[in-house]
Design a protein around this ligand. Structure first.
Ligand code: NAD
Length: 315
């Protein structure tokens, strides 16, 4: 029997790539409801979906910031059955907080965090009743590790992660799975929108040091980071499909191994100083990064020796 997949934010980027990838499954194992806030933006998806449209892929309206639109969409699905929910819709925000309005910040929290909460309020009770379902959430490495000038965005993804971590225990009781996909930079509309908005930041509200840090360090390196470390939305779709198909899907999955050492810093040092120190050096003291990495490796060696000696007595 076909599994029903509902994905949010499918007019572009990861949502679009994932919807199309799943709909084109060779064995036709999935029926995809590719949803978007504004159906007028469906052209790219329609084109990419090709012959799957009307067969294994259907496009529906869904705004994650509007409970009524979520309910209407779920009600329109046969028996309201959703086997796999992919919460993907999201937005970014960069810049010093003194240059951002509360409205801008609330929009990020409302979309990235409450968007997921709204979806689950509507869909989780059905999954619990059926005792089956997989909730897949497109989070970010910034759900584990804060990054300079991404304060509000990282906070929204931390909220997502804390929410899912709490819920995961309850979900187990109902045989449900929750998986957080944690990409590093991905080259999508997201990156372009965030960058362009970043350029428009009214820096007159920030002091000189902050404004300079944002313009001459953060924004200068932004494009380069995406170009050198960025994955494609198709890469993320591939990773996500693997997690969907896994017999026992993991709770967390990072798509970019280049980021794993950074997030490992956090788990390696409970005081939290190691990642902050390393990031500081990466941003402001490039030449010291080498030493910082070296210290990190030493720490890991020390830890593994310690756990080894705890396990087996060493001669
Ligand atoms: P994107 O901008 O191409 O896609 C985001 C989609 O969400 C857009 O289609 C947008 O219209 C939609 N959306 C925004 N508000 C919505 C709402 N209220 N209701 C429904 N849809 C709404 O960017 P993307 O990179 O494909 O982003 C998808 C997800 O991946 C986001 O959650 C983002 O935080 C996450 N992510 C992106 C990156 C990256 O670097 N691009 C990295 C890590 C995680």
């Amino acid at each position: 029997e076909q599994k029903v997949v509902l994905i949010t934010g499918c007019s572009s980027g990861i949502g679009l790539a994932l919807a199309v990838r799943i709909a084109k499954d060779e064995k036709k194992r999935f029926m995809v409801y590719a949803t978007m806030r504004n159906l007028k933006k469906a052209d790219d998806l329609i084109e990419a979906a090709g012959k799957t449209l009307g067969r294994t892929l259907e496009i529906k309206q869904l705004d994650v910031c509007d409970e009524k639109s979520i309910k209407a969409c779920v009600d329109s699905i046969p028996n309201r059955r959703i086997d796999i929910l992919v919460s993907n819709a999201g937005m970014g925000l960069i810049g010093p907080i003194e240059c951002q309005t509360m409205e801008e910040m609330k929009a990020v929290m409302d979309t990235n965090f409450f968007g997921l909460v709204r979806l689950l309020q509507e869909i989780l009770p059905d999954m619990k009743r059926r005792k089956s379902g997989h909730i897949v959430v497109i989070s970010s490495v910034m759900g584990i590790q804060g990054i300079l000038f991404n304060d509000i965005y990282a906070a929204s993804k931390f909220a997502v992660e804390g929410f899912c971590e709490s819920l995961a225990v309850q979900a187990l009781r109902f045989n449900l799975n929750i998986s957080l996909i944690e990409p590093g930079p991905v080259i999508t509309e997201f990156e372009r929108k965030v960058y362009e908005e970043g350029l428009k930041t009214d820096l007159t509200k920030a002091d000189k040091v902050t404004a300079d840090m944002f313009t001459n360090i953060y924004m200068k390196n932004y494009k380069q980071i995406f170009e050198s470390l960025g994955q494609s939305p198709e890469d993320i779709a591939e990773h996500t499909l693997k997690i969907i198909n896994a017999g026992t899907p993991p709770f967390r999955h990072q798509t970019n191994t280049l980021y794993t050492p950074m997030t490992t810093l956090k788990y390696a040092d409970p005081s939290g100083d190691l990642p902050i120190d390393t990031f500081y050096k990466m941003v402001f003291e490039h030449d010291k990064v080498f030493n910082a990495s070296l210290n990190f490796i030493k720490l890991l060696r020390w830890r593994s020796r310690k756990s080894f000696s705890l396990g087996k007595p060493q001669s």
